[in-house]
Design a binder for this molecule. Structure first.
Ligand SMILES: CC(C)(COP(=O)(O)OP(=O)(O)OC[C@H]1O[C@@H](n2cnc3c(N)ncnc32)[C@H](O)[C@@H]1OP(=O)(O)O)[C@@H](O)C(=O)NCCC(=O)NCCS
Length: 162
């Protein structure tokens, strides 16, 4: 598996699984009915942001991540990132590889820390992954996410220094 910059032609392979994850409504504060155009604008970032894909040895796209400034101006030294792994490829280390790549890139760019603003507390797989990559939960905003199965659940703010 390698991680590389996204190119426009990758979108056709990203959209089906990204749509599946967004439409499930369990992990992101995105409109579950987001159109393909809206999702493309949201996901594919221009510099200084960056969007990457994880690909296997045959070039198939396994997952994607984006990373950008969490705030502007005096807050621009803190990065944030988002991750989507094709559910059909889950549990095989793609999320970890994307996480490690994004952390290394953000550090090399001079970001001082990385913050995840809204990690759904029932997303235990993601919470375990980010903890194992050095993030800790700073706070949990109570009942901030309306989960389709669990109802109102908390959103973790997670952070690590780079
Ligand atoms: C969360 C997500 C990015 C993880 O990607 P993944 O490729 O499945 O994760 P990995 O295979 O790299 O597993 C990483 C860690 O997740 C955890 N994990 C994996 N499978 C798990 C499972 N079935 N149950 C609980 N934890 C699990 C483990 O801590 C694992 O660590 P390990 O490498 O020591 O085994 C992916 O499931 C995803 O895109 N989910 C939908 C969108 C989302 O939640 N994005 C993240 C929000 S910030």
């Amino acid at each position: 598996m390698t991680v590389r910059d996204v190119v426009p032609a990758d979108w056709a392979a990203i959209w089906p699984f990204l749509h599946r994850i967004v439409a499930a409504g369990e992990t992101y504060c995105y409109d579950r009915g987001s159109t393909e155009d809206q999702a493309r604008r949201l996901w594919l970032l221009e510099p200084p942001g960056r969007t990457v894909v994880a690909v296997d040895t045959e070039g198939a796209i396994l997952g994607t991540a984006n990373v950008h400034r969490n705030q502007g101006g005096p807050g621009a030294h803190v990065a944030t990132a988002s991750f989507m792994v094709d559910p059909a490829r889950a549990g095989r280390g793609v999320g970890r590889a994307l996480g490690e790549h994004v952390i290394g890139w953000a550090r090399a760019q001079g970001y001082r820390s990385m913050q995840f603003n809204a990690l759904v507390e029932t997303n235990t797989r993601a919470v375990a992954l980010w903890r194992s990559l050095g993030f800790r939960i700073l706070a949990t905003v109570p009942e901030a996410f309306d989960h389709p199965v669990h109802g109102y659940v908390g959103l973790h703010v997670m952070h690590r220094h780079l």
